[in-house]
Design a binder for this molecule. Sequence first.
Ligand code: NAD
Length: 401
Amino acid sequence: MKVGVIGQGYVGLTISLYASDYFEVIGFDSNTKIVNQLNFGNSHIEGVESSALEKNISAGNYRATSIASELMHCDIFVIAVPTPLDSKRQPDLSYIEAACKTIGENATRAVLVINESTSFPGTLRGFIKPTIERYSKKVFEHHYAISPERVDPGRTDFNQKNTPRLYSGLTAEASARTRAFYSKFCDNLVEVSSPEVAEAAKLFENTFRQVNIALVNEFAQIAHALGISVYETLDAANTKPYGFMKFSPSAGVGGHCIPVDPTYLAAVAEEHGAPATFIRRANEVNLEMSEYIVRRVAEDHGGNLQGKSVLVVGVAYKPNVADVRETAAELVIAHLRNQGAVVSWHDEVVGHWKGENSVPLQGADIAVVVTKHASVDEEKILASAPYVFDTTGKVKGAKGL
Ligand SMILES: NC(=O)c1ccc[n+]([C@@H]2O[C@H](COP(=O)([O-])OP(=O)(O)OC[C@H]3O[C@@H](n4cnc5c(N)ncnc54)[C@H](O)[C@@H]3O)[C@@H](O)[C@H]2O)c1
């Protein structure tokens, strides 16, 4: 069995490595720099060890390519390309369309196509299948399935093996083939009755997180206005053994999933005349947190940040990863600069971002902690400026939410 995985990012490379213990895997990516790096055995993804990559390359079970014709003998295709929002913040399926074109034009037999990219219900049936058929000119009766990815980059307790995986095919045959594929390296497969249920479940999981994060961010503002500690209050609520799940306040949500996926759900809801009130408002509350934080910092400085040197500590969207997609740090920095502050940032995990480099953790008037990597010393953060505002709740002794 030959497996072609379209997209070698967080999701695609992770699945490629697991699958290449059992199948011959070709990792296809349009980015030739990534492909070259991968073929030298260098992983660019947290949680995918270069040593594991090297082992599977040496065994002849994995190689990366940007040449689509090398996919022609594949039996299974996995789609793992980005599903961002377009400039109007609407679902952008252009990467999925390009992946479908690659599959449609290069498959030389009836194959199983599994989509792992996150998208709205109906994407497999109403977009992926017809698009592949259009490009393949309907020569083959391919099988189609969805199995949304749940990987949490940087996480070690849950992985491909022990995270339950949802799946559903457009036909019983597609479901059975999908089960056979994943059962090699995933212990718990959960079949649902239709691809639409699997697609919707993935969106709802991330919407649940988005809405609860917004709720706790709003509550942080209420707690501050009431003069009580948000953290102590949340810990107190969390002593209830049932019916409560603790979320923590922050500068906002980041990454490719939480700020994006709920908008896919909202878009499809509104298209069908259903309300998406919570989802839309939660998005706004999370986006507004950066402005609230800068307002709090300014209030502590007589309402004026003009000319102050501000060091933003941690620009990755979450601890211990280099991923800056949709990071809340971007909005925090923009609001600080709008107030006339002179902003630099410290994040050695990220290193270089938007044409700027990480600067040393020292010598600022103000430090604002957006993301606290494990490798960054708390004492050093406190010593980096006479005033430190921590949005993470992890720097004891700093001002904070
Ligand atoms: N990152 C996560 O934690 C996560 C978790 C669950 C689901 N997802 C979903 O999985 C999908 C992929 O996300 P990701 O984080 O792996 O993205 P990514 O940006 O890390 O990787 C995508 C890769 O696809 C490549 N690519 C883009 N267009 C291509 C094309 N036409 N042909 C071949 N390669 C192409 C890019 O060069 C990139 O290397 C998205 O739908 C995302 O929402 C991501």
